[in-house]
Design a protein around this ligand. Structure first.
Ligand code: SF4
Length: 377
């Protein structure tokens, strides 16, 4: 089939699902599912949570996989389920211990939500991950994608699980014009996935789509030459797979300038705890402040030392700049080392040895800051 022969809206599957050839939609949907499942049987990624897809393992893995690459998640997942092997283990564990097991994975709200979700599983669902969409979606941190993934993968129920990978694959398969990330694209993809999702093996189908998106239908460089769906892919037929999903310019991410102090005295390091609510709530950090607009970092450090009566024989040493991006903002943090003559008390400061520091949960940005001084946690 060619673009000339079939026109811009593409393939038989595309036309059928759009209602142009309604009598063939079911056939084409079946064909797509058959081709995809056959490819998945041969090419699926071997992942620990797939080898034993207990509902708890699927739940933990899906929470960890939000915003995080599979390769990064695997070692964390294995350590986590070995330390907290049941919903009851996780529900009864101290939050600090859960955060420590999560340290480095980022987006710590997920760890807190996971623990709270397992507390509710214990209290309301007799320790069993619920099998209804309504009950799952009511748990902390569970959205439509995650509920669909758990229901289809762990319980083989016919629910779509549409993540970014699946959206990209469908935007290309059907040459959808709606922009990436828009509610209109989500709605179109949801309708199309609903139409092609088989009632047999819906979990395998959803995972096949995820794997196809992660290994072949890549954002910048799709490997169409070996893709099992290229015959039914409208974007491939058009000859421009990367044109989909279409994009709108990204909004500028606000930058928050900050300073952080590595205060060292007699082999110990000062830390402070972040407020429990808000960004990185309850985690530990080097003493830090946001800068006022156009405030020079070295002046801010000098003012802070003066204000807190911190005497240092040597001037602050500039260690470098850390840039750390969150979903909604970016920290640009200037890091200074100061060695006061005595332990400074108050100001919420706690002095800890390097070993004690390793026991605390520090956001990734502060691992980077400590690395500037040659300290590895
Ligand atoms: S043919 Fe290419 S663009 Fe289409 S689904 Fe396959 S990898 Fe993606």
């Amino acid at each position: 089939m060619t673009a000339t022969a079939e026109g811009k809206t593409g393939t038989p599957l595309h036309r059928a699902l759009k209602g142009e050839r309604p009598t063939t939609a079911a056939d084409h949907s079946r064909e797509l599912a058959t081709v995809l499942l056959a490819w998945y049987a041969e090419n699926r990624r071997k992942l620990p949570w797939r080898e034993h897809p207990t509902p708890y393992w699927v739940f933990v893995s899906e929470m960890m996989l939000q915003q995080t690459r599979v390769d990064t998640v695997i070692p964390y997942f294995l350590r986590f389920v070995s330390r907290f092997s049941t919903p009851a283990d996780l529900a009864s564990a101290p939050e600090e211990e859960v955060l420590k097991a999560w340290e480095g994975l980022g987006y710590y709200r997920r760890a807190k939500n996971l623990k709270r979700a397992m507390e509710q599983v214990e209290q309301r669902h007799n320790g069993e991950i619920p099998t209804s969409y309504e009950a799952l979606i009511a748990l902390p941190g569970v959205g439509p994608y995650m509920a669909g993934a758990i229901l289809s993968i762990a319980f083989n129920l016919r629910y779509p699980a549409i993540d970014g990978n699946v959206q990209r694959v469908f935007a290309r398969l059907f040459a959808l014009p709606q922009p990436s990330g828009s509610p209109a694209l989500q709605k179109s993809v949801h309708q199309l996935v609903e139409a092609v999702l088989p009632s047999k093996a819906p979990g395998a189908f959803n995972q096949a789509l995820m794997d196809l998106g992660a290994t072949l239908c890549l954002p910048r460089d799709p490997v169409c030459s070996v893709c099992p769906l290229r015959e039914t892919c409208a974007a491939f037929q058009e000859g421009q797979p990367t044109a989909y999903p279409t994009t709108t310019p990204r909004p500028h991410l606000p930058e928050v300038p900050r300073i952080a102090l590595l205060l060292r005295c007699a082999g110990e390091i000062a830390v402070e705890q972040r407020p429990t609510a808000g960004l990185l709530g309850g985690l530990w950090q080097l003493p830090s402040r946001d800068l006022q607009p156009s405030q020079p970092p070295d002046k801010a450090v000098a003012a802070w030392l003066l204000e807190n009566e911190i005497a240092s024989p040597k001037p602050p040493r500039y260690l470098g700049r850390i840039r750390h991006t969150f979903t909604h903002l970016r920290w640009v943090m200037e890091v200074f080392e100061v060695c006061p003559t005595s332990f400074v008390q108050g100001q919420g400061l706690h002095w800890v040895s390097p070993d004690e520091l390793r026991q605390l949960t520090l956001p990734k940005a502060y691992h980077k800051a400590l690395a500037l001084a040659g300290l590895k946690l």
